[in-house]
Design a binder for this molecule. Sequence first.
Ligand SMILES: [Zn+2]
Length: 147
Amino acid sequence: MQIIKDFALRWRQGTQGRRYAMAGSDPKCPSTMDALIRGTLGQCPRCSHGRLLHHYLKIVDHCSTCGEPYGHFRPDDAAPWLTILIVGHITMPIVLALEQSFELAMWVELAVYLPFIVLLTLALLPRCKGVILAVMWATKAEGSEKI
Ligand SMILES: [Zn+2]
């Protein structure tokens, strides 16, 4: 029982220390998980009041509320990669289940699957970019063009 208590104490101390070490030296900075949630919602990972993206996928230069700079982050292909990963894992089981259950004509399959996949991809892409930016911000993975 003492081992569990020691582990819980060390884990708690470790997560508290990591919480501020990962997100920044400011004790008011959010935890990494809070930053990820805010990034998913397209909000500033630091303050959650400003926007992270504008014009669908453009990264803002800095937060309009707290002034945190984001323009130097270069997520490159990480957001499309994450989007493809999620869309593939959502759509493929549905497609395979429908293929085994029904014998649909090819034009019906294309008429159903393509719009679903395109809309899901367009809906998830900004969310995934927000997640990637939040990860980069929380882990201080500075871009190559640092301001
Ligand atoms: Zn902000």
